[in-house]
Design a protein around this ligand. Structure first.
Ligand SMILES: *Cc1c(COP(=O)(O)O)cnc(C)c1O
Length: 434
């Protein structure tokens, strides 16, 4: 196998995600033969630093020896078993541990992030139906929010490029103003802006609470919006308003969970607990597709009944896959054994220091950081900026995928100091060219 061979075969045989395939007439695919830590290597030995954690999923590097070992062990015990009517050790242990970490429970599994969103939306609606409030059928989400791209998840997503084409297929949902600080008035603090957006949420719920089942949001960082960050005060306000108006709060921590924002879960920074917690992406350390929704005892009890139809009759074939659960357990082991949340604080501080020249760069606007996420907008970005930046990144041995004119870093947590320096230096060089 060589680079050219696999590129041609991939273009013939594979329909790549989130891609206008015709663009590959001029933009070559990047073939990857192997991974090691933060590095991806092609068939000719060219290396790329994976600064986006392979679409925000990787936590502890590619081919992590500890996760590999756990998976090899699991492979010889049990790869998968139907989870309806059956159970197994990895799924039980993982559910117990996620429950201890979140204070929620009754872990329901899906395969991808979007399926977790679907599960949370359906469960919320069904809870209200089971408790005599069948008119609560609507959802509210934040402007520029992203919750996945299956039809139900896309209905609460607010990204025009992904949504507009499919609008006739979607259920209408309401969007309220996003507390993303980039949208604040000049001179307005993040907290004041959060309070102003919370007032808009209140106004919406005052009018629509009777038909609203849930508010779904991405706590602290709206990823697909271009790493839009908000003050935790918004989450405290949202929690209080959801309580006041009897609306569920769904925390979509698919991207921000598992330490990404500096705490194990992002919502911890607001001192709140959601009614539903959606997890995926980093849950398996970036190894295998797995998602989970955790909820509260009252929600669970509303489904617990003699009548079958009051149960949550939702399933995916690979629900609770044993290999994926074992990868997740190995990932949680690394968090515990290595004190990852603490260690990442030092890493974040180092990164911020190393990135000072970027922050001071005349074209860099809104330089921001939360936990292991950094982002900034580039002034004077011409059309096609994201693609040209991506291509220049590859030439510098960096895998970076700007969103519009937003450049972001979301590296695996195992990134080292030299690699951080290389990432910053490469980005500065690219900024001179693009
Ligand atoms: C990625 C993402 C999803 C969708 O997850 P998939 O696994 O891509 O379906 C949903 N919500 C958020 C916040 C995400 O970042």
């Amino acid at each position: 196998m060589n680079n050219q061979d696999i590129l041609a075969r991939s273009l013939r045989a594979v329909w790549h995600p989130c891609t206008q395939m015709k663009q590959h007439e001029t933009l070559p695919l990047v073939p990857i033969a192997r991974g090691d830590g933060v590095w991806l290597t092609d068939f000719d030995g060219r290396r790329y630093l994976d600064a986006v954690s392979s679409w925000w999923v990787n936590l502890f590097g590619h081919c992590n020896p500890r996760i590999n070992a756990a998976l090899k062990d699991q492979l010889d015990r049990l790869e998968h078993v139907i989870l309806a009517g059956f159970t197994h050790q990895p799924v039980v242990e993982l559910s117990e541990r996620l429950s201890r970490l979140s204070g929620l429970g009754h872990c329901f599994y899906g395969s991808d992030g979007a399926s977790a969103t679907e599960i949370a939306l359906k469960m919320s609606f069904h809870y209200w139906r089971n408790t005599g409030r069948p008119q609560k059928t609507r959802f509210v989400s934040l402007q520029n929010g992203y919750h996945g791209e299956t039809v139900g998840a896309l209905s609460v997503t607010d990204v025009a490029l992904f949504k507009d084409t499919y609008a006739p297929l979607l259920r209408p949902s309401a969007q309220v103003p996003s507390p993303d600080w980039r949208l604040a008035a000049a001179g307005e603090s993040a907290r004041d802006f959060a309070l102003r957006c919370a007032a808009a949420l209140r106004a919406h719920l005052e009018r629509h609470h009777a038909e609203t089942a849930a508010l779904i949001l991405e706590p602290l960082v709206q990823g697909a919006a271009g790493m839009g960050m908000h003050d935790p005060e918004y989450l405290r306000q949202a929690r209080a308003l959801c309580d006041e108006f009897e609306v569920h709060l769904i925390a979509d921590e698919i991207a921000v969970g598992f330490g990404r924002t500096g705490t194990f879960f992002a919502h911890e920074q607001a001192g709140i607990r959601p009614d539903f917690l959606c997890l995926s992406k980093g849950i398996t350390g970036g190894y295998l597709p797995l998602s989970a929704v955790l909820t509260t005892e009252p929600v669970y009890q509303a489904f617990y009944h003699d009548e079958t139809a009051r149960g949550f009759l939702h399933s995916h074939s690979y629900t609770g896959n044993a290999l994926a659960c074992r990868a997740a357990l190995a990932t949680l082991d690394i968090f515990e054994e290595d004190g990852v949340i603490e260690a990442n604080r030092a890493k974040t501080a180092f990164f911020n220091q190393a990135a000072a020249p970027l922050q001071a760069h005349p074209r860099v606007k809104n330089f921001r950081n939360r936990g292991m996420i950094w982002a900034f907008e580039v002034a004077g970005a011409a059309p096609g900026f994201a693609r040209r930046f991506f291509e220049a990144g590859l030439q510098h041995g960096l895998l970076l995928r700007p969103i519009g004119d937003t450049v972001y870093f979301m590296p695996p947590y195992v990134i080292g100091e030299d690699e951080i320096r290389m990432l910053v230096a490469g980005t500065l060089e690219i900024l001179e060219k693009i």
